[in-house]
Design a protein around this ligand. Structure first.
Ligand code: AMP
Length: 175
């Protein structure tokens, strides 16, 4: 299967989770055996030469793709979670949402200084989440060698917020 064919497997749900939002639903891709394999292999292939030591996944949908990519690359997986879910000592970052703020946490000992870290999530929207996670990784001394997504909502301009990081996405949507 070609990467571009994955678009046919992604369901677009209007007005979810609130009016005016067009939600890109990956569950229809995940249940397709060839689609799932194509998405994971294409992401892994892109990063094979980058040789990350660790792949960081963002709760919750990043937990679907990131460990599979880590497995394919022979790298380790590190979860970034919503506050108060991780049991040991954590580093936390607060970041701005459209309205208000949100926080994410990582275990302090999850990343050794100098480790090559790839961040993987399902959708790049405004880029706020990925930017916060990149900063969290850097707080621990990690080296962000890539930020990869299955879907990029190009019209939201998230890539410019991640300007200093190498960003890659399998599928781009102009609207
Ligand atoms: P961002 O605005 O880039 O910080 O996006 C935050 C998170 O919300 C991402 O991890 C996506 O999984 C999710 N997200 C944002 N917008 C959409 C959308 N239109 N469809 C599906 N997921 C979305």
């Amino acid at each position: 299967m070609q990467v571009e064919q994955l678009k046919a497997l992604i369901r677009q749900v209007p007005d979810f989770p609130k009016p005016g939002i067009l939600f890109y639903d990956i569950t229809t891709l995940l249940k397709d055996a060839q689609g799932l394999r194509t998405a994971i292999e294409a992401l892994a292939e892109h990063y094979r030469q980058v040789r990350p030591d660790l792949v960081v996944g963002i709760e919750a949908r990043g937990f679907i793709f990131a460990p599979a990519v880590a497995y394919a690359l022979g790298a380790g997986f590190v979860p970034v979670r919503k506050p108060n879910k991780l049991p040991a000592a954590t580093e936390r970052i607060e970041y701005a949402l459209e309205y208000g703020t949100d926080s994410l946490e990582i275990h302090r000992d999850a990343i050794s200084p100098g480790a090559r870290v790839l961040i993987v999530d399902d959708v790049l929207a405004t880029g706020g989440t990925a930017q916060a996670v990149a900063r969290l990784v850097e707080k621990l001394g990690g080296n962000v060698v890539g930020i990869g997504f299955v879907i990029e909502l190009s019209f939201l301009g998230g890539r410019s917020k991640l300007g200093n990081y190498p960003v890659y996405s399998l599928l781009q949507y102009e609207r």
